[in-house]
Design a protein around this ligand. Structure first.
Ligand SMILES: *[C@@H]1O[C@H](CO)[C@@H](O)[C@H](O)[C@H]1NC(C)=O
Ligand SMILES: *[C@@H]1O[C@H](CO)[C@@H](O)[C@H](O)[C@H]1NC(C)=O
Ligand SMILES: *[C@@H]1O[C@H](CO)[C@@H](O)[C@H](O)[C@H]1NC(C)=O
Ligand SMILES: *[C@@H]1O[C@H](CO)[C@@H](O)[C@H](O)[C@H]1NC(C)=O
Ligand SMILES: *[C@@H]1O[C@H](CO)[C@@H](O)[C@H](O)[C@H]1NC(C)=O
Length: 561
């Protein structure tokens, strides 16, 4: 019989040394080997009766009752988050722009809605848009409205009183809509989600708008002198026939290897690269390239005709993200939306649905091939009650890595499902088991496998929800993403996981692959859950150090300002 896991004392920090040997002698929770592997105990949740109870409501992820992301911004010492919000229920509909403010991106105060549909050009919905700060002191928001004919058009709002530190009220100039879906190849049902503005070499403002153009996906390019009068440039910023529509495009500059942000409204330094992000297929994908100023277009470094191979911001449940330049700390922050994966009736019963992932700083790896992301440092101020875990897996040897098959890249979820944590390999699977019930009937794994591909190593990170809950009717995929890694040099793989009740948000290899996941174990409702490290590979993996912090709850939209 398995030893019943004992409560771990409530230490703020935990340092220990474990060696995770191969198959038989590794972490055994079932067959009676001593439970030294138990690295952390999830704090006891209050007992509650309903399965769709408060137990799943996250403690420090941003969540109003219903949301998805609009443009966040930093202005005059305050962070503003605007989000798609249904004031009347926890299912999609009646969309207005919710508005919350913060000084640290973690604790939030909810204000009155910033934009509600009340003019012909947004009467059927105020959808996603972005904030831009003109000349350092004039915030503006351009957003998509569904007009009286349910066409998608672009509108603008301005703060009523720029001196109000919270920018509570926004007004709609008479000129709305600014941009209508006219011109060759456009379709008024697929014309939305304007980006933050940037300035081109001619000094004119530009924005991009997500669209279907002649049935192909595109980020359309518009130019303006004053942000009011816009003309469409005769070619898109970028388009691709690998898909038919992009939502929520985002366009920003990064400097290889430098974790600093760049302000697109300022001069872009030499050596910068540009990133075009787009939302499609339930996920946020991106391309790295350069901004050809002469041609006024984005040129990707690599063009992949098969969109399944495009890089992703996150390989889990993460969509419609927006980034912004945080002038307070000189960093770029990306923020994504995560839906519920329980049922609509659960959402109605809970009275809320949808959270934001943790805001992440985002920058470009030194080799220029991949974006890196890391939870903003402010989240560390909460380290006390829900869990934040950092762990380094040291590889004793990398000789046992199994050969890599490139066809796995086409469907990483399928590979994570087939080669799950019980399938023993050469180097891995090893990783964490989180939110496990006493008898392991319910558990979620976040784990790695290392493969050898010619001269390089490919690391697979999976977040497997297949056994995350005994409840019925949940969406429980095995998410997965690959990253190339110089293991000869690094010799270890890091994992950071933020566990916030129904949210498990993981960062592998220093933020090379990120996976956001939603899980609804019955064990959270019934009592404590547990966390373990494991290794089911034939090679030994050492864990020199595990740091686990419980986290305080943040003040998220509890108060109305
Ligand atoms: C919410 O419901 C109330 C009452 O039915 C209605 O007056 C209001 O317009 C609704 N709000 C929105 C944004 O649809
Ligand atoms: C604008 O906001 C400032 C600061 O809150 C306030 O002092 C001023 O009275 C406001 N102006 C108007 C016209 O409401
Ligand atoms: C899609 O674009 C590629 C080049 O970008 C081109 O080679 C290919 O023929 C196009 N396919 C279609 C169906 O238009
Ligand atoms: C959440 O997203 C997933 C995949 O992106 C989808 O399958 C599911 O239906 C969505 N759930 C809800 C409640 O909208
Ligand atoms: C490791 O493999 C064994 C079977 O050999 C399996 O019982 C166990 O569940 C696996 N560990 C995980 C975390 O899946």
């Amino acid at each position: 019989m398995a030893p019943m896991p004992q409560p771990w004392p409530h230490w703020p920090f935990l340092f220990l040394f474990l060696v995770l040997f191969s198959c038989e002698s590794n972490l055994h929770y079932r067959n009676g080997v001593e439970a030294t592997q138990r690295v952390f105990l999830y704090p006891q949740s209050p007992k509650v009766s309903s399965i769709v109870s408060k137990a799943y409501r996250t403690g420090y992820h941003f969540q109003p009752p219903k949301n998805w992301i609009n443009g966040p911004m930093y202005y005059n010492g305050i962070y503003h988050e605007f989000y798609q919000y249904n004031p009347n229920g926890s299912i999609w509909g009646n969309i207005v722009w919710g508005h919350s403010i913060s000084t640290d991106l973690i604790n939030w105060i909810r204000l009155e809605a910033a934009i509600e549909g009340d003019i012909p050009s947004d009467i059927n919905g105020c959808w996603t848009g972005s904030a831009t700060i003109l000349n350092g002191d004039q915030p503006v928001i351009i957003y998509t409205g569904a007009d009286t004919n349910k066409r998608q058009v672009q509108n603008i709002v301005l703060p009523k009183n720029k001196s109000d530190p919270y920018l509570r009220e926004w007004t709609k100039p008479k000129k709305n809509p600014l941009i209508e879906p006219v011109g060759p190849g456009l379709n008024s049902d697929n014309f939305r989600d304007p980006t933050t503005g940037w300035i081109g070499p001619d000094g004119l403002w530009r924005i991009a708008i997500g669209a279907g153009l002649n049935g192909h996906s595109a980020a359309l390019l518009y130019k303006s002198k004053d942000f009011m009068q816009w003309t469409r440039v005769d070619h898109p910023l970028y388009s691709s026939n690998a898909s038919d529509m992009w939502e929520c495009p985002d366009f920003f500059a990064v400097l290889p290897g430098k974790n600093i942000g760049l302000d697109l409204a300022a001069a872009i330094p030499n050596g910068a690269k540009h990133v075009l992000k787009m939302s499609l297929d339930h996920c946020d994908k991106y391309m790295i390239g350069f901004y050809d100023l002469k041609g006024d277009m984005f040129v990707p470094d690599t063009i992949l005709d098969d969109r399944r191979l495009w890089l992703r911001i996150d390989y889990g449940n993460y969509y419609a993200s927006k980034s912004f330049y945080d002038s307070k700390k000189g960093r770029r922050i990306i923020w994504g939306w995560t839906n519920e994966t329980d049922s609509t009736s659960d959402d109605v019963a809970k009275g809320w649905a949808g959270i934001h992932a943790i805001p992440r700083t985002i920058w470009l790896d030194g080799d220029g091939k991949r974006l890196l992301q890391w939870p903003i440092e402010e989240v560390e101020s909460l380290r006390r009650n829900e869990a934040d875990v950092e762990i380094d897996f040291e590889l004793a040897s990398i000789d046992a890595a199994d050969p890599f098959d490139p066809s796995w890249l086409l469907d990483t979820e399928k590979h994570c499902r087939e080669a799950d944590a019980s399938v023993h390999g050469g180097l891995g699977p090893f990783g964490l088991i989180v939110l496990a019930s006493d008898n392991m009937d319910e558990h979620t794994t976040v784990h790695f496998r290392v493969y050898k591909s010619e001269q390089k190593y490919m690391v697979l990170m999976c977040s497997d929800l297949t056994r995350s809950s005994l409840r019925e009717g949940l969406y429980t995929p095995a998410y997965g993403g690959f990253f190339e890694y110089d293991l000869e040099k690094e010799k270890k793989i890091s994992l950071r996981t933020l566990i916030d009740r129904s949210a498990v948000e993981s960062f592998g290899g220093g933020g090379r692959v990120c996976i956001m996941a939603r899980v609804y174990p019955a064990a959270i409702v019934d009592g404590a859950t547990h966390m373990y490290a494991f290794n089911n590979g034939s090679s030994t993996v050492k864990v020199q150090q595990v740091k686990a912090w419980s986290m305080r709850r943040a003040q998220v939209n509890n108060k109305k300002g």
